[in-house]
Design a protein. Structure first.
Length: 146
């Protein structure tokens, strides 16, 4: 980036936190979601992602169980590096902490989301949580473990 786009170095350094956070949601999280979806339908990419799904038990150790090339090719990692170069590094620290917490909780054996699905009166909250982040219920189903 410094060699080919030096004018972008720290370009967004004075941008608002929410602008930067949205940039990470779009360029990291959305691209990772699309990459993950594609890895389930493309035979070559599935070979790199399959180790993540061939587990008998769920747990946080499953979270990053993929082939190394799966990660090397994820666009979001490259996009995030570009965003940091452009001055969004401080936001990345907060964004990544939140993202990693959600990912680890989704793969956790602790089924913390059962509480929000148990009571009818908090159904709107359950819908909001389930629509916004990956929960163990959704992730266990995705892995075919329920």
């Amino acid at each position: 980036m410094a060699k080919y786009f030096p004018e972008l170095d720290s370009y967004f350094i004075d941008s608002s936190f929410w602008f930067c956070f949205l940039a990470f949601l779009l360029f990291d999280d959305l691209s990772q979601y699309c990459w993950h979806r594609l890895s389930h339908v493309n035979k070559t990419m599935w070979k790199f992602h399959r180790p993540h799904h061939v587990v008998e038990e769920m747990g946080i150790l499953v979270t990053y169980r993929n082939a190394v090339l799966y990660y090397a090719m994820i666009p979001g990692i490259w996009f995030s590096g570009m965003l940091v170069f452009m001055g969004m590094g401080t936001t990345l620290l907060i964004y990544l902490s939140l993202k990693l917490t959600i990912i680890l909780l989704a793969h956790s054996e602790v089924r913390w989301d059962k509480i929000i699905f148990k009571h009818k009166f908090i159904e709107p909250l359950a819908w909001l949580v389930e629509s916004t982040i990956s929960t163990p219920c959704i992730n266990f189903a995705h892995h075919g473990l329920t």
